[in-house]
Design a binder for this molecule. Sequence first.
Ligand code: GDP
Ligand code: GDP
Length: 466
Amino acid sequence: MIPVVALVGRPNVGKSTLFNRLTRTRDALVADFPGLTRDRKYGKAELEEHEFIVIDTGGIDGTEEGVETKMAEQSLAAIEEADVVLFLVDGRAGLTAADEGIAKHLRSREKPTFLVVNKIDGIDADSACAEFWQLGVDAMYQIAAAQNRGVTALMERALAPFAETLKESEEGEEGELVDLSSVEDIEKANLSEADAEAAYKRLQEQPIKLAIIGRPNVGKSTLTNRILGEERVVVYDMPGTTRDSIYIPMERDGQEYVLIDTAGIRRRKNMHQAVEKFSVIQTLKAVEDANVVLLVIDARENISDQDLSLLGFALNAGRSLVIAVNKWDGLDNEVKERVKSELDRRLGFVDFARIHFISALHGTGVGHLYESVQEAYQSATKRISTSMLTRIMQMAQDDHQPPMVRGRRVKLKYAHAGGYNPPIIVIHGNLVNELPGSYKRYLMNYYRKSLEMMGTPIRIQFQSSD
Ligand code: GDP
Ligand code: GDP
């Protein structure tokens, strides 16, 4: 399970700077959901071989008295859900009362916490840091986030426990080639063509991990209950934990699934019990762990920035996607037309995802979701040979020549697979890095059509051979 790192500290210590450093992205997910008191940022970070979710908790301002009351409730929740807390202080400003308040709070949490003294560039770091030992910490890390100094070393330490778990589980699998559990494993294992084919087949027969996500009140629990209550679904019991999403194994028409329930329905005693508070972190973890994401949208509300944020996160994670527009019951035709044209306008860019119009309440359309989920999973894990990818590339090039770049014609030479789930296609050729976006999109669509890949994003990488 992907670890979650929370950045905590008073304003101005450099949390956003570190966040941007770690995620290297401008389009972090900014959550502004109802019930969340302040905006917080969520991003996916990759550093060396580590992957993690990082949260800028933002809302802690310990300058008022009583941090406990002043810490935004959701920031507390973020700390609660995080696996590691990075507590940032400002090496130039020195120790403040606010820092002490936050430290006191963190001590009561018993979370693995790292004290990070930021902005040590151009100052005598050791003497500047000395006073922070008063915060009663075991270890202190000095960084300059703005200059990327000390950041990698800090993260190596903070994430070390998770890397070990990863290694252990990998070691456990050694020698059992039959059970290669991901496409990456299979590709890395350098199997013969026939063995790889067989390994893929087994992979495709594994349960599909399906995450049902969406903002609060779109109907996730209603849909989950509908699915689990259906006669044709066999549900296996599995004990849950309190903190994370519940994983519910089930079977339908011979296909096994594991439903990742972010709405927490199994934890409630009955449907009418208070709904658990919506958790962005839980949703993001579910996305990371899923094979296919089912994004639920409410037909009775406009498509919101939150819907798009969640969609963006699923796309960034490279997950296969099916969209369910829920509460389709009882709408008159005029409204239905309006919703459809809004979907076209705002979700046109995810044209690879099937859209279903359903009523979780009445069950209408729910049965057809499985077809698209299976299709998406098959597309994402399909094995495509080098010869096939090169042939399609050649056809695309013959139909429509790449443009001239600085008086020279771009030439595509060959293509091969670079990864799966999502499928990555690597194209080699002359000047390929200079191809205009329009031609890249043309290639993408050509591949999508030729390979009949619905439901999964495809990534194309270019490698210039000159
Ligand atoms: P946040 O409020 O905790 O998110 O803090 P910001 O990331 O917005 O940073 C506050 C200020 O500190 C900005 O002006 C940053 O440019 C500056 N800053 C952040 N990191 C460093 C650093 O490593 N060295 C120096 N000198 N300034 C920094
Ligand atoms: P969640 O927060 O996403 O889990 O949403 P819930 O499943 O709790 O549903 C929120 C509200 O929408 C409840 O009052 C449901 O009865 C209602 N609802 C859910 N699905 C439908 C539907 O298909 N049609 C209609 N009309 N209402 C629905």
